[in-house]
Design a protein around this ligand. Structure first.
Ligand SMILES: [Zn+2]
Length: 445
């Protein structure tokens, strides 16, 4: 039952539930807890967004207090309030890596080996990318139903820009650069700049334009240099796919294997050579904040150490990794590993390498991918990856229920959650759709 009491047009609101997952480092759970936040009227939001060119974190609705529900009601007696029995309130989830433009795909691509998959993408890409409007909208709806409030959207073409900027989601929008032919770098960079500028026109308190390098095998090093200069100007996060396949590692180490044939045969490049060493690719990111390296399945201990020392995040996409490369990010690299505390975020990747873009399904898959890890501990790590690790990676002050953080929250009904001592685990097993989703203080579900 939802107890709802409307008082006035007050912009302070209290939302509460039987269990509140703060999603801090300690994974604190508050029984019969709640959050006070400011809910911005629409006119005020428009005014704040249009008022100035300064889109800092101060623009937007914030959390005012977190604690036991009854105490909050006493402290804020005039606040509008709602409470969910059998409910879990937590920060809205973060899908740190998703390709909306590939949402049309169902059965077009081949799985089981990265090379076979990439060949099938090259052959069928044009079909999959035509008439994507409806499927992009469906993928956005999937995020909202899943209680996702923040996405790291990788955009290869800019086809998803309008839909995402109107979605109500908090978006870090990565315009992606890809291309290896040195004779067309200027044209490619021109197209990239146009897409980036178009995304910058949508910049707001909840929309951040950013830059992605596709991968070390697909991007010429000179082109990458130009693109990273843009990233530095933007002071926004940077994303790249990195060491996703054993083929990629072989190519970067020895210039042989699948990618040699890929360039020599598919693209008729005479005597192809890799653009980077593994270390050389990583060196490009030194000094940049908020670097997200996606997959990293075949990174060595010393490469992981370099990523850790430079505060990079690994974004893991378990189902995509199983389908394309038959493996998962090794347990050592999970955020809870004692000897390496890399920040690990979670993403669904696109429908080009997944059955759907449901982050709840991704969390469940991840739970079953690490059978040698303590189940309750793993469940908490997964929830942290899907909340504050993702937000931290994307440079957004969301993902923890704490004063001054963004008012981005979700409520899920989990029957009899009060009877469990393993709340995080039960949440991952049973959360099917958000009952309430609040982004920037605004109710979207
Ligand atoms: Zn990807």
């Amino acid at each position: 039952m939802v107890r709802n009491q409307n008082t006035s047009q007050n912009t302070q609101k209290i939302i509460g539930a039987n269990r509140v997952f703060v999603c801090d480092e300690a994974f604190s759970v508050i029984k019969n807890g709640g959050v006070v936040y400011e809910s911005m009227p629409k006119e005020q939001m428009a005014q704040r967004a249009g008022d100035s060119m300064d889109f800092t974190e101060s623009n937007g609705s914030k959390i005012l207090a977190v604690g036991e529900y009854e105490n909050l009601v006493r402290a804020y007696p005039h606040a509008n309030r709602e409470f969910y029995d059998d409910g879990v309130l937590l920060p809205s989830l973060v899908n740190a890596h998703i390709h909306f433009e590939f949402s049309n795909n169902t059965t077009s691509f081949m799985y089981g080996d990265f090379g076979r998959w990439l060949d099938s993408v090259i052959a069928k890409r044009d079909d999959v990318l035509s008439n994507i409007t409806k499927s992009v909208q469906e993928a956005i709806a999937t995020q909202l139903v899943n209680g996702v409030g923040l996405v790291g959207a990788i955009s290869s073409y800019g086809y998803d820009l309008e839909a995402l900027s109107n979605s109500g989601l908090r978006v870090v929008y990565f315009s992606e650069a890809m291309g290896s032919n040195p004779s067309v770098i200027d044209a490619l960079f021109g197209d990239f700049k146009t897409r980036l500028e178009q995304s910058e026109a949508h910049k707001s308190a909840i929309f951040t334009p950013a830059v992605a390098l596709h991968s070390p095998y697909s991007l010429h090093n000179i082109y990458a240099k130009y693109v990273l200069q843009e990233a530095k100007k933007l002071k926004a996060p940077v994303s790249a796919h990195f060491l996703e396949s054993a083929h990629e590692r072989e190519w970067l180490l020895s210039g042989s294997g699948y990618f040699y044939d890929f360039f020599a045969k598919t693209f008729a490049v005479p005597n192809p050579k890799p653009f980077y060493s593994i270390e050389g690719f990583l060196e490009q990111f030194i000094g940049l904040e908020n670097v997200l390296l996606t997959h990293c399945l075949f990174a060595s201990e010393s490469e992981l150490q370099t990523m850790f020392q430079n505060s990079h995040t690994i974004v893991t996409c378990p189902r995509s990794n199983r389908l394309l490369n038959n493996t998962y990010l090794p347990h050592l690299q999970m955020g809870g590993a004692k000897n390496l505390m890399l920040n690990i975020a979670l993403g669904t990747d696109g429908k080009s390498s997944n059955a759907d873009v449901s982050l709840l399904e991704e969390m469940r898959a991840m739970l079953f991918a690490y059978p040698h890890t303590d189940l309750s501990t793993l469940a908490q790590q997964i929830l942290q990856s899907a909340t504050h690790n993702g937000a931290r990676a994307l440079g957004v002050k969301s993902g923890i229920l704490q004063k001054d953080y963004n008012a981005d929250m979700a409520v899920f009904k989990i029957p009899k959650i009060t009877q469990s001592a393993q709340e995080a685990l039960q949440f991952i097993l049973h959360a099917k759709k958000a009952t309430r989703l609040i982004i920037n203080g605004k109710k979207l579900v």
